[in-house]
Design a protein around this ligand. Structure first.
Ligand SMILES: [Zn+2]
Ligand SMILES: [Zn+2]
Length: 334
């Protein structure tokens, strides 16, 4: 089979590779469509170290090509969406249901080989049956969608509330749609106005560029009160965290999904004084089914986020495209 193999930082080559053998409990999946994200880019660039050689890629849809001994579901030929993280299943965190927090969690495309290849071996417990009638490309974004489904649930967003999304990338534009599906009126805040037309099309009630004026004033104007009920931060920078805190109302909630690697200054005086609830949200626990349901029901539109498509042989161009300002979601289609 062909696979894009990373031999070291920025040393990515599409090569003939040995087809993985599915063991007991595994499926061999033929990749149909795969998404590229910032995590892949940070591995590609060497900012995030992995053991080499490594096949990257963790957002994907495909068809079961073979299964290991004793596997009854999925069956050969089934179309599946892959949940690309699996936990140990036996530690106290896993046993209490917090498998996303497991300290020895395995991430496909990071710790083991992923989907920038014709075939991938995955544990069958990572395979979700794809809803009939929903195209591969529409389901390709299920993984990041599951991230924001959880984030919105962690924010306990209710019908009729105001919400804000900080960041207008893939996660921000998905969070906007999940919040709208939950009945919130959504303000999209971004440093750039580039995605605002799309945000409007996907259901934003308003948009605000950071340079356009103070965020607390924008939040007051949008909410008609002291600020926004629930703010979902998706940009993963220290500035975005402070933007979220500027937008939220006293007694409101801030959900953090981004992972800022730099130290982040938080004015805890104003957190305490205003009784702001700050919650982290880490990937997903059981949100894949709901993410696929939202896509199948047309409540979340994923296709408009796919700005670029490349064949596996052109994967280096896909990584270049990912950095272009016009790129939202870059797809590798097989
Ligand atoms: Zn990703
Ligand atoms: Zn565990």
């Amino acid at each position: 089979m062909k696979a894009a193999i990373l031999h070291g930082p920025r040393e990515l080559r599409v090569e003939a590779s040995r087809t993985p053998e599915p063991g007991g409990g595994d499926a061999l999946v033929r990749v149909a469509a795969a998404g590229l994200c910032g995590t892949d880019y940070s591995i590609f660039s060497g900012d995030r170290r992995v053991s080499y050689p490594r096949v990257m890629g963790h957002e994907f849809v495909g068809r079961v090509e073979a299964v290991g001994a004793g596997v009854t579901t999925p069956r050969v030929g089934d179309r599946v969406v892959i949940e690309p993280n699996y936990s140990c299943g036996v530690c106290p965190l896993c046993r209490e249901g917090n498998r996303n927090l497991c300290l020895v969690r395995t991430a496909i495309g990071i710790d083991v080989d992923g989907c920038f290849a014709e075939l991938v071996r995955v544990p069958v417990r990572c395979c979700w049956p794809a809803p009939a009638g929903v195209a591969d490309e529409d389901l390709m974004v299920t993984e990041p969608l599951a991230v924001v489904v959880r984030a919105v649930a962690r924010g306990q967003v209710r019908q009729g509330e105001t919400a804000a999304v900080v960041g207008a990338g893939t996660l921000g534009l998905l969070a906007l749609q999940v919040l709208a599906a939950r009945g919130a009126r959504v303000l999209v805040v971004s440093r750039s106005t580039r995605r605002f037309a799309l945000a409007d099309e996907l259901g934003a009630a308003a948009t605000h560029a950071v340079a356009d004026g103070p965020l607390d004033e924008a939040a007051h104007a949008f909410s008609g009160r002291e600020g926004i009920d629930c703010v979902v931060e998706t940009a993963g920078t220290p500035e975005a965290v402070s933007h979220a805190l500027a937008l939220v109302r006293p007694g409101g909630r801030v959900v953090l999904t981004g992972l800022p690697h730099e130290a982040t200054a938080v004015p805890f005086f104003s957190v305490v004084r205003r009784e702001v609830t700050i919650v982290g949200s880490m990937i997903y626990q059981d949100e894949f089914a709901e993410a696929m349901r939202l896509v199948a029901a047309g409540q979340v539109r994923t296709r408009p986020l796919i700005t670029h498509r490349f064949a596996l042989d052109e994967i280096e161009r896909a990584f270049v495209a990912h950095r272009e300002p016009a790129a939202i979601k870059v797809a590798v289609v097989l």
